[in-house]
Design a protein around this ligand. Structure first.
Ligand code: GLN
Length: 199
């Protein structure tokens, strides 16, 4: 069973833990570098990206996380988590740092304010069984992707799901829907990566 952590500094941690368990992973909260060292994969939850990156710095987990992502740790970011995985943010809040890992430029709050949050059916490449229900809450979109990144989904002409190597990001929140197909896709990546590393 792959051990998948959820970065538990702020945001919808509990929902991801439930979804990961349903997807067949051993799920646990990660706050400290020692906890990060023990996981085979990590989810960066939805929430407030500026708060999460600030706390990650304070908890001393930001640099170790960057290092593990560079080494190929499978990571999955939803919404704020997507922002954290972007190599570049358009108009970053001053001093706003990211973890990086996906060669893309992300625009925060691109779909509008909190009261313009919405749901829409989204076709995600690699996820069988029809479209997933996309929950967009002050969601970012991907302004542009580099050559190494693969677009997995679009909504209204905007990129809302991207993968690069072992890193996956969605603008929307599958953890809020009870449909665990995207978490299963990520758990499969974690399993495959773990198997490849133990050869
Ligand atoms: N707007 C938030 C941010 O910029 C993300 C919102 C979310 O994760 N639902 O971090």
């Amino acid at each position: 069973t792959p051990v998948i952590g959820v970065l538990a500094l702020q945001g919808d941690v509990r929902e991801h833990l439930v979804a990961l368990a349903a997807a067949g992973a051993a799920a646990r909260a990660v706050r400290r570098p020692e906890e990060l060292a023990e996981v085979d994969g990590l989810v960066l939850p939805g929430g407030e990206s500026t708060t999460i990156s600030k706390l990650a710095g304070l908890f001393g987990v930001l640099e170790p996380l960057r290092a593990r992502v560079r080494e190929g740790l499978p990571v999955y970011g939803t919404c704020a988590g997507m922002i954290l995985l972007a190599d570049k943010i358009l108009d970053p809040r001053s001093g706003q740092e990211t973890v990086g890992g996906i060669d893309m430029i992300v625009r925060r709050n691109a779909f509008g304010r909190q009261n313009e949050s919405f749901e829409a059916a989204v076709d995600v490449r690699g996820v069988g069984g029809g479209p997933v229900e996309g929950v967009f809450i002050r969601a970012p979109w991907v302004e542009s992707v580099g050559a190494a990144a693969e677009v997995l989904a679009e909504h209204d002409g905007h990129v809302v799901a991207v993968r690069q190597g072992n890193a996956l990001a969605t603008s929307f929140h599958p953890e809020l829907t009870g449909d665990h197909r995207v978490h299963r896709l990520f758990a499969d990546t974690v399993r495959a990566n773990r198997a490849a590393r133990s050869l």
